[in-house]
Design a protein around this ligand. Structure first.
Ligand code: ADP
Ligand code: MG
Length: 700
């Protein structure tokens, strides 16, 4: 019954009509519920009447009184007319002018009671409202219960939608709320509502749009009123419940067989290990292997700061899988990284009985066919590659574990496609950058999370300094000092898609200058994404061997590149990079036992944001702290990059502002789905509403 009310198309609501309906539809408002779940931008307190005799210029006030006179006044500007009305109460009178709104002559009537709200100014010898909010108080009309809508109360301010003004929306909202049934279905189960003392849904909706007089406007504008919080909670709760539900469906599938771990497996793992694992690595590995021993497929996210040593943990998991007769796919986001992983892994696995292969987009022709055949026959046990690995016709004999060394590029959906390959393999996702917990719960809410705390022993803290471009000599001096001690350096140049050609030219020119003018006695090489892949490989390999001393590069080295002898990172135009990106770049140094330096070169003057970013980076090297700051500065959409973010489209909640509610919602969603009394209604609601509300793939 109430669902019928909420699902009514807006088009058929009185006063909407086709034109406004089309405008509303353009921003995704199709039904009455869509409209009701659209929060005001902000609120204004228009309650509290001021007697007219007490009005002062500069003040923003609400007055109520009787229309004394009104009319249109011509002005000196041709065609420009003012509508003017004078209103009085027992104490005095005030004038209001409305530029270019002659139609108001048909709205106002003498002796009418009206409310005016707005700022006052001193004009042409008296106090005046210019363009105030107005409201005609009708004692007689049958559709008015004398309630104030636009003035005389806490008033919602909406964002204009095409032809639908904030004022129209307010009227529409008021009208729809008046027609709303006493009870509306509540997707949040009663026990959850009780436990968290949440107001009923209907009350929450009403009070969000027309708050009662005792709510503070400050609280409303922070979106912290009980009513608003309840609707935000609802949104988060449903989102999390959907994720949990999907995850449970997945885990009701079984993989080919769980892995077994015995002394032989442990011994094989120990053999590839070149150092002792840190405690943090051990904890993470234990969690991963425990998952692998379960009958349900693993879906786990491995987090750890830059340089925490995620690769070896993943490789040990791979050894466990291979010892159990499974094949492993190891995916990297770029070819450079895939090649680097391939090299590292091949070296570590040299003395094992397993064969390591590689497959990237640049492998073609007969080589590609051969690589594929070896994967299909099972001759290749571990294959390292890019997305090419899961696309198209690659077939495995028995794929048991997929490792994704990703750069947030895989959303919830892409992971689903991947799982469809193979017989429900275990999936381990590694993130290149630490992700703030709220976002992890959202974009990766269907994954379990392991976090590697701390860094491997012997690391020296990286010194970070910011220097203006004008002090280039000093900067090169710092680089030279490192080179003289046998160390190596990166010099990074920004490359943005919009000005790619110019940027590339600039990067190339910089590499040439560095070689010919600045470091003629050392070898400088250029690396960028547009180079052929074997060229890239050669340059990277030469740098890894130490034959190249200075690597001038674009952000192709941003993630994962691992050369321990490199101790100097110079980032040109640091002001153009995001915070997490700078943290990643800085993470290319400080990987060995030598002290490292990161120089952020900026073009003065810095913007406020630019300065905030550089300061944050100098202050801390803790990637988790930096990620939180980045999220605050940039907002969630930009944090992941807009494309394929895997983030849901939220209507009322804000991942940064409301992050505590997200945690609460997660907890409650888990509990509700575990409670047979609550779960069936909730699951039924989700299967009809989830996809449409969050714009993600279905929960099924
Ligand atoms: P990330 O977590 O950023 O992917 P890597 O896996 O590339 O980090 O590891 C960074 C570097 O630290 C590598 O050179 C790796 O060999 C080294 N490393 C990892 N774990 C340890 C450890 N327990 N002891 C010493 N060195 C380690
Ligand atoms: Mg890595």
């Amino acid at each position: 019954m109430s669902d019928d009310f909420l699902s009514q198309p807006l088009q058929f609501v009185k006063g909407v009509g086709p034109r406004r309906a089309a405008d509303l539809a353009r921003v995704g408002l199709l039904t009455v519920e869509d409209l009701l779940l659209r929060f005001p931008l902000r609120y204004e307190n228009r309650a509290g009447l001021t007697p007219m005799a007490a009005l002062r210029p500069g003040q923003t006030a609400t007055v109520v009184g009787e229309v004394l006179s009104f009319g249109i006044r011509p002005t000196r500007r041709p065609g420009f007319r003012l509508f003017e009305v004078v209103v009085r109460d027992e104490s005095g009178a005030v004038r209001a002018v409305f530029p270019n709104q002659a139609f108001l002559k048909d709205v106002f009537r003498a002796q009418q009671q009206v409310v005016l709200f707005g700022p006052l100014e001193h004009r042409s010898g008296g106090l005046q409202f210019t363009n105030p909010e107005y409201e005609i108080v009708r004692g007689d009309a049958e559709d008015s219960d004398d309630a104030h809508v636009h003035t005389g109360r806490l008033v919602p301010i909406y964002e204009k939608i095409g032809s639908v003004t904030p004022r129209m929306q307010r009227s529409l909202m008021h009208q729809v709320l008046a027609a709303m049934p006493e009870e509306v279905d509540d997707p949040v189960p009663a026990p959850v509502r009780q436990a968290l003392a949440l107001p009923p849904r209907r009350v929450a909706i009403e009070h969000t749009h027309f708050p009662p007089g005792d709510v503070s406007v400050v609280e409303l504008n922070a979106f912290k009123s009980a009513a608003q919080q309840r609707l935000i909670f609802e949104e988060f709760f449903l989102f999390q419940a959907g994720l949990v539900m999907r995850k449970r469906r997945q885990s009701s599938t079984h993989k080919a067989r769980p892995v077994q771990v015995d002394d032989r497996v442990r011994g094989a793992a120990r053999k590839v290990l070149p150092f002792r694992l840190t405690d943090g690595q051990k904890v993470a590995l234990r969690e991963i292997v425990t998952d692998m021993q379960r009958p349900e497929p693993m879906h786990r996210l491995l987090q750890g700061d830059v340089g925490a040593g995620k690769t070896i943990v993943a490789l040990l998991a791979a050894v466990v899988a291979m010892e159990n007769g499974f094949q492993v796919a190891f995916m990297a986001p770029t070819e450079i990284l895939a090649d680097q992983h391939y090299m590292t892994i091949r070296r570590l696995m040299e003395h094992s009985r397993f064969r390591v292969g590689s497959l990237t987009g640049s492998v073609t022709g007969a080589k590609k066919r051969a690589a594929r055949a070896e994967i299909a026959s099972g001759t290749t046990h571990l294959v390292v590659g890019t997305h090419a690995l899961v696309e198209g016709a690659v077939e495995f004999r028995e794929l048991g574990l997929v490792i994704i060394d990703e750069q947030h590029r895989f959303g919830v959906m892409q992971r689903a496609t991947l799982r469809a390959k193979g017989q429900h393999p275990d999936v381990l996702v590694m993130t290149a950058t630490p992700i703030p917990r709220t976002l992890a719960l959202t974009a990766f809410g269907d994954l379990d999370v392991s976090v590697i705390r701390g860094l491997p022993p012997g690391r020296q803290p990286i010194r970070t300094v910011a220097k203006p471009d004008s002090r280039r000599d000093e900067i090169y001096q710092l680089v030279r000092k490192e080179l003289e001690q046998g160390r190596q350096a990166y010099v990074i140049y920004p490359l943005v898609e919009a000005s790619e050609k110019i940027d590339l030219r600039a990067a190339t020119a910089m590499a040439e200058t560095l070689q010919s003018d600045v470091f003629p006695e050392y070898r400088v090489a250029l690396l960028h994404g547009k180079m052929k892949s074997d060229e890239k490989d050669q340059v990277m390999a030469a740098f890894a061997r130490g034959d190249v001393h200075v690597l001038a590069a674009t952000t192709v080295v941003e993630v994962g590149v691992d050369v321990a002898n490199a101790t100097m990172m110079v980032v040109e135009h640091a002001e153009r990079f995001g915070l997490s990106q700078l943290h990643q770049l800085r993470g290319r140094v400080g990987r060995g036992t030598h002290a490292s330096t990161c120089v952020l070169v900026y073009q003065a003057p810095l913007t406020e944001q630019g300065r905030a970013r550089l300061e944050a980076l100098i202050e801390t090297t803790d990637g988790f702290l930096i990620a939180e700051r980045d999220l605050e500065i940039r907002g969630p959409g930009d944090f992941f990059g807009t494309r394929q973010s895997g983030l849901p489209t939220l209507r009322v909640g804000d991942l940064v502002r409301d992050h505590i509610l997200m945690e609460e919602a997660r907890r409650e969603a888990l509990a509700s789905l575990d409670d047979p009394q609550q779960s069936s209604a909730l699951m039924a609601y989700l299967s009809t509403h989830w996809a449409e509300r969050f714009g993600l793939v279905d929960v099924g």
